[in-house]
Design a protein around this ligand. Structure first.
Ligand code: C5P
Length: 222
């Protein structure tokens, strides 16, 4: 009765959380959106008027902060200190500030510990940037999802429209490129494909096709 870990990494808006949720449901695994944790810290730091680059202040705040998830369809609900922040953490202001928080080594150390604790509970699909390289380096299944910048910007655009957020496509493209660059060049656990991860390019694939492809990969490994 061994616990299976599926590490799902990749750049911004590559469709990780959408497929991670579906794959988790299909296999009966829990799902953990680690990006939501970095977003939650960013939101609370901004609300608490803590300078996002002040590592010791952010880490001190984080140690006093509870971040929790509640399963839900179609979205997983996210709570900080008991307050729901599911939608608040998707606001453009948070999206464009989160890489600063994610570059702080002390924040990463604390969140990685919490993520490993979550993964101890059950078989899991965990999505993020450093799951296969740092959080769960021994995960039997590692997938690296990519897609062209234009495709990712268009997906984000449609998602935003559904929420009534109007950001021009060109601006979204720029924001995605900036975030990828920050995430890939930071000193601590930058976004990189683990050497044993399988790359899946979702540019011209439907969500269903990606889920099928990942299902095949998991079934081959377990
Ligand atoms: O996946 P999502 O876009 O919600 O992630 C938000 C941000 O959180 C990323 O751009 C990255 O800066 C950070 N992140 C990270 N490591 C993870 C997950 C997210 O650094 N495992």
């Amino acid at each position: 009765n061994q616990k299976i870990q599926v590490a799902l990494d990749g750049p911004a808006s590559a469709g990780k959380s959408t497929v991670a949720k579906l794959v988790a449901k299909k296999f009966g695994y829990i799902y953990c959106d680690t990006g939501a944790m970095y977003r939650a810290v960013t939101l609370k730091a901004i609300q608490s008027q803590i300078e996002l680059t002040d590592e010791s202040a952010v880490v001190a705040m984080l140690k006093q902060t509870q971040i929790s998830f509640q399963p839900g369809d179609p979205v997983q609900h996210v709570f900080i200190d008991g307050n729901e922040i599911t939608e608040a953490i998707r606001q453009p202001k948070i999206t464009n500030s989160v890489s600063t928080i994610a570059s702080l080594g002390g924040v990463r150390a604390e969140l990685v510990n919490r993520q490993r604790d979550i993964a101890k509970q059950s078989s899991i699909v965990m999505d993020g940037r450093d799951i296969g390289t740092a959080v769960l380096p021994n995960a039997p299944v590692k997938i690296f999802l990519i897609a062209s910048v234009s495709e990712r910007a268009e997906r984000r655009y449609k998602e935003n429209m559904g929420k009534g957020i109007e950001t021009p496509l060109e601006q979204l493209k720029k924001e995605i490129e900036i975030r990828d660059h920050k995430d890939s060049t930071r000193k601590v656990s930058p976004l990189t494909k683990a050497s044993d991860a399988i790359e899946v390019d979702t540019t011209s694939m439907s969500v269903e096709q990606v889920v099928d492809e990942i299902t095949k990969i998991i079934n081959e490994k377990i």
